[in-house]
Unconditional design. Structure first.
Length: 221
């Protein structure tokens, strides 16, 4: 007996299939400014397990997941050590915004609901602002000699990125709203801590000049 199929009945689409990808792009950009490797790893993992169809196959590849996971573990260690965290932030001033732009462009290309260049601009700009907040707050924290604050802040950032990206899979608009509020609060905090940030930069400049002078002294003798 032939099977009769109803064209009006179909398998329900994945969670994000019918939702605009713009909230996810904004959230991924914000998270990339904090921990770009965690974003690539988590998005790839979510796509790999079939949680969403918004993640392009390129991010789900095994080699990409392994590389992102290893780099995330390295960052999780470096990000909790005073002064090393700020050095790590400086190294990633280009990496994080670039990663946010690339991930956003890939997400837009996968959904085909937004121009790729527009999505990349949103993701990259959001990641840059988020990175500046992260780097600025770490500079302010590093004016204090104790390491506990660095560890607590880094752990909170890692957990926050994971939680909000996970939320974006089921409630992308809510996740983007939380990310936007967190970004605004962070910008205000950086503004209020600007004097501490300048103090950190001044100390770093003085230490650099002292090291340069110590290298020149033996040569003059």
């Amino acid at each position: 007996m032939p099977t009769i199929t109803n064209p009006h009945l179909s398998v329900p689409p994945p969670i994000l299939a019918t939702v605009s990808v713009l909230p996810l792009i904004f959230t991924a950009g914000w998270a990339s400014g904090i921990n770009a490797y965690a974003v690539v790893f988590l998005l790839g993992l979510f796509g790999r397990v079939g949680f969403t169809d918004a993640v392009p196959p390129g991010l789900q590849r095994t080699d990409v997941l392994i590389a992102a996971g290893v780099l995330f573990l390295i960052e999780a260690f470096a990000d909790k050590i005073p002064y090393l965290d700020s050095f790590w932030d400086a190294l990633h001033t280009v990496v994080r915004p670039a990663s946010g732009a690339v991930v956003a462009g890939l997400l837009a290309g996968q959904s085909d609901s937004l121009p790729t260049m527009f999505a990349a601009a949103v993701g990259g700009t959001t990641a840059l602002l988020s990175h500046l907040v992260k780097a600025g707050t770490r500079m302010a924290i590093n004016t204090s000699p104790e390491p506990i604050t660095n560890i607590a802040m880094s752990t909170a950032e890692d957990l926050g990125v994971g939680a909000i990206l996970g939320l974006a899979m089921v409630a992308p608009v809510l996740a983007a709203s939380i990310a936007g509020i967190a970004l605004l609060i962070g910008l205000v905090v950086v503004y209020l801590c600007f004097s501490r940030i300048r103090r950190y930069l001044r100390r770093r400049r003085e230490r650099r000049e002292e090291r340069r002078a110590s290298r020149l002294t033996p040569a003059l003798e």
